[in-house]
Write a protein that binds this ligand. Structure first.
Ligand code: ADP
Ligand code: MG
Ligand code: MG
Length: 886
């Protein structure tokens, strides 16, 4: 079994096996770019190690063989005392997990080879001892779980002794002393000396990278990003090159385009005389990549050339890690770069313009989650709000909240429902839970590529990084900016697009993308590149999609807005709200009616009110279908709560008031009390039990349609019966409805469809029978999910979902994204059997899943005709329906 690949043996399509980093190192090697030689140990070796707890057979020998050939190529032996080869041992999974797993640099150094390294570098002792202390630090932390603070503490001590803040002021002797201190720390925590044998260092480091796959923060990150837990990581062993050899050396990161806006140009950070991690960790402040042109024109030009070649080759934005060793440029990593939602659209549009990709591919490169982000509101900035600081707009959005300084406090306050902004000097992987809990992240150090920036962008969370006017004091729980002290609990607002920081809560306004969807920005005449790109890609999605997109709307205003957002009808108009407010009293009369006359009078009073509501909705949706659901919730939802009513009655009786009416109401509430209202008297059951209720609603709908048609409109009503489980229920309602329709449409013909929701599992399983009586099905996937799983949404999310997500029983809540295997199977059965019984049966979905990207793809696959979702999700559903179709 082949567990080890030379860089020359791999390519970019082998990410499953070689991980992203290894596959791309191989690709760059084969493109002829200057990559230090090395080899990749596969994810399969990692998986084997993690399942059996030991290296698979043959792995050691393969590593030996590849190491020997690396040594031959470099003309040096690993850890050789005279002239050592050093390597880095780097994790690299299929999906990038920034900063989550481990890398050890400078493997091969020991008490003897450190001298050889110095000689190799022309007698540069400082460099050699600096490299050695880094090895002990990284190796100790990563491989042997020595607490990192201890090393940092010793480093701080050394700097204090030298009266400096800067690592670079430590000379060779200081660093030699630091190595001794580090070794003591290492021995204290591990009970053994720092391993001097190079090959043992290598093997232990490889093993530690394997194990880092299951480190807690990696597990949390994967869950958050929905990365499967069983992929494993590859391990890359790479010959070291050195950015810490002096002022003519350095290390940096670069993007081929701005990952924030998508604009073309030169983006990146550079740090002279430094090694790898220093840039990403934001430990020292970097300089913009452009300044490299002054520092080292040759390397700079070469880098720009490679960047252009990589972008041409990958046909996408790439990000790059590089190191310059004494004027020689080395490429250490590339990948198709993460980007903000706005940049994803802009870049996709640009690449089409540049002829690198076509519109189908552009559509493929963006997604509904990104579009949803672009619809976030922005700050409305009047002059009263002046920024107090400006950092780097690291991840866009507008966030306000109470300042917190620790991850734990962020989690605590967020659990109480507070919006919080996590403020740190810089974040590190231990802050992950706090970052998830926070509305936004604000740091005083670090660039666009710092940990905070990269992770926040991945999560779609607003982040301002490197706001260095902020003097952050975490232990004292405060920061000082512009002479003002901001304490824990004070409110700040951060703009992740501009990088500006404000004190207090800044009000928000709709984003440009929303203004475009609202129709107030003309896409043909605007030079906002984002709006143009969105327009272009949405137009293509609309041309490609097969699914229609309707909206869930209960009012004329919602219907009108959704229509501007592109809704092609209403998939769910709930009639419940028409029973609330002033009308509650009429409903009470209906419920309390003791005679037919009283009940009919109450219904007659409700009829014209409902009719007016429908007229407004039909007018806004003229020419498009409107599915109206007959009343669904249990009627006691319209009555006051039992306890409150009982108290009121008792109090009134005390006072000797006349309580006859209240007592009747109380009796009704008692009578109608249900142990489990979700499974009680609701939906079609109400229609069958309360004479005249559904008839009144049907009449209101049809009269409204006729009224619209008489005024020249084109109403398309569809009457939907909720909670049907047996065809007989539907047949009974339908017979009554058809009589009313025939009678009302005598004056003016209007087509009215009658269909049903499929939301009870029995309905899905008897869909063939039900289709005989239904002109359409609409899947109510909220109820279908509740009933298929046997839990009620309102009761479970706080009670145990967190645990199910933690255990991986759910990858994601089944209310958020459809459970394909279970609930999805019911949908599939009903769709197939329904259509078999009634060819061409119209099928839609009106649960909240209609606006969820993954679910939209599922509904496309199953062959539904439309999805219906809330007005704001309509553009997301249009986009995803287009993506599903290509
Ligand atoms: P991550 O996945 O967290 O980015 P990397 O494996 O890329 O971790 O390594 C961490 C840092 O060390 C990066 O800045 C990288 O460029 C640097 N680095 C890794 N291998 C080498 C090497 N062989 N020579 C010099 N620097 C290296
Ligand atoms: Mg890297
Ligand atoms: Mg329902």
């Amino acid at each position: 079994h082949k567990y080890v690949y030379d860089f020359a043996e791999g390519n970019k399509d082998l990410k499953d096996l070689l991980g992203g980093k290894g596959a791309n190192l191989a690709e760059m090697t084969n493109l002829g770019l200057p990559v230090p030689p090395g080899f990749t140990i596969t994810t399969e070796a990692c998986k084997a190690y993690l399942t059996t707890g030991r290296e698979p057979d043959g792995l050691a020998a393969q590593i030996e063989a590849h190491l020997e050939s690396l040594e031959r190529e470099m003309g040096r032996k690993l850890g050789d005392p005279q002239d050592p080869l050093l390597v880095s041992v780097r994790s690299g999974a299929k999906f990038s997990m920034p900063g989550m797993m481990e890398t050890v640099l400078n493997v091969g150094l020991n008490d003897r080879s450190v001298v050889g390294l110095s000689a190799q570098a022309g007698g540069n002792d400082r460099f050699a001892w600096d490299s050695y202390r880094r090895l002990i630090q990284m190796f100790g932390k990563t491989v042997c779980e020595v607490p990192g603070e201890e090393f940092e503490h010793a480093l701080d001590e050394a700097k204090r002794a030298k009266r400096t803040q800067n690592d670079l002021d430590l000379d060779a002797d200081d660093l030699r002393g630091l190595v001794d201190a580090y070794k003591k720390i290492f021995a204290k925590h591990t009970g053994r000396e720092f391993p001097q044998e190079p090959r043992e260092q290598l093997d232990l480091a490889i093993r530690a990278v394997f194990e880092s796959w299951n480190a807690e923060r990696a597990v949390v990150y994967r869950r958050q990003e929905r990365i499967p837990a069983d992929l494993g990581t590859a391990v890359n062993v790479v010959a070291m090159v050195f950015g810490n050899l002096g002022a003519d050396s350095g290390t940096g990161v670069a993007f081929t385009r701005d990952p924030g806006s998508g604009a073309q140009g030169i983006y990146g950070d550079y740090l002279a005389n430094a090694q790898g991690e220093d840039v990403v960790a934001g430990i020292r402040n970097t300089v913009p990549l452009q300044e490299l042109e002054q520092l080292d024109k040759k390397s700079y030009d070469e880098l720009l050339d490679y960047m252009a070649r990589l972008e041409e080759h990958y046909k996408d934005l790439c990000d790059i890690e590089f190191t310059i060793e004494r004027g020689k440029l080395w490429m250490l990593q590339t990948r198709v770069g993460k980007r903000t939602a706005a940049a994803a659209f802009v870049i996709a549009g640009q690449l089409v313009d540049e002829g690198l990709i076509d519109l189908d591919e552009a559509l493929h490169r963006v997604n509904g989650a990104q579009l949803a982000q672009l619809m976030f509101p922005r700050f409305r900035l009047d002059h009263e709000f002046q920024p107090v600081a400006k950092g780097i707009g690291a991840s866009p959005g507008a966030a306000s909240g109470k300042v917190v300084f620790t991850s734990a406090r962020a989690v605590e306050l967020a659990a109480e429902g507070e919006s919080v902004i996590l403020v740190r000097r810089e974040t590190n992987p231990d802050d992950l839970n706090g970052m998830i809990a926070a509305k936004g992240i604000l740091t005083s150090r670090g660039g666009k590529t710092s940990h905070a920036a990269v992770v926040a962008r991945g999560m779609g969370k607003t982040c301002v990084s490197g706001a260095d006017e902020l003097d952050v004091n975490v232990p004292a729980k405060k920061f000082i900016v512009a002479g003002q002290t901001v304490n824990e609990g004070d409110v700040v607002s951060i703009d992740g697009t501009t990088g500006k920081v404000y004190l207090g809560e800044v009000p928000v306004m709709p984003s440009e993308v929303v203004q475009y969807f609202e129709g107030s920005l003309d896409p043909e005449h605007i030079d906002n590149p984002l709006v143009r790109a969105v327009h272009r890609i949405m137009t293509h999605a609309d041309a490609k999609r097969r699914l229609l997109v309707r909206t869930n709307a209960d009012t004329g205003a919602d219907a009108a807005r959704a229509r501007r957002f592109g809704a092609e009808g209403i998939g769910l108009c709930r009639t419940e709200h028409m029973f609330l407010g002033d009308r509650r009293e009429l409903v009470e009369r209906l419920i309390l009616a003791s005679t037919d006359e009283e009940r009919e009078a109450a219904l007659a009073a409700l009829l014209p009110l409902q009719r007016e509501d429908f007229i407004e909705i039909f007018r806004e949706m003229d020419g498009l279908p409107v599915t109206v659901r007959l009343i669904d919730p249990p009627l006691h939802e319209f009555l006051p709560p039992l306890e409150q009513l009982a108290v009121n009655v008792a109090v009134a009786q005390e006072r000797g008031e006349d309580v006859a009416k209240e007592e009747a109401l109380l009796a009704a509430v008692r009578r109608m009390h249900e142990e489990n209202p979700m499974l009680g008297l609701r939906g079609v059951r109400l229609g069958l039990v309360i004479p005249g209720l559904f008839a009144m609603q049907v009449r209101a709908i049809v009269e409204a349609a006729v009224a619209c048609a008489q005024r020249g409109g084109d109403p398309r009503p569809e009457i939907m019966v909720p909670l049907v489980g047996a065809v007989q229920e539907l047949e009974t309602v339908r017979a009554e409805a058809e009589k009313i329709i025939a009678e009302v449409t005598r004056e003016k013909a209007v087509d009215v469809l009658i269909g049903t929701m499929i939301e009870v599992p029995r309905a899905a399983l008897t869909a063939g029978q039900i289709a005989e009586a239904a002109q359409f099905f609409s899947f109510g996937t909220n109820d279908l999910t509740q009933m298929a799983w046997g839990f009620s949404r309102d009761d479970v999310e706080g009670a145990f979902f967190w645990r199910y997500l933690e255990l991986g029983i759910f990858g994601i809540s089944p209310f958020e994204s459809i459970d394909r295997e279970g609930v999805g199977r019911l949908v599939r059965i009903a769709a197939e059997e329904g259509r078999a019984a009634r060819p061409g049966l119209k099928l839609g979905v009106c649960g909240e899943h209609g606006g969820d990207p993954d679910s939209v793809h599922f509904f496309h696959e199953v062959g539904l005709d439309y999805v219906s979702c809330s007005p704001f999700r309509v553009p997301v559903a249009r986009l995803e329906a287009g993506r599903a179709a290509i």
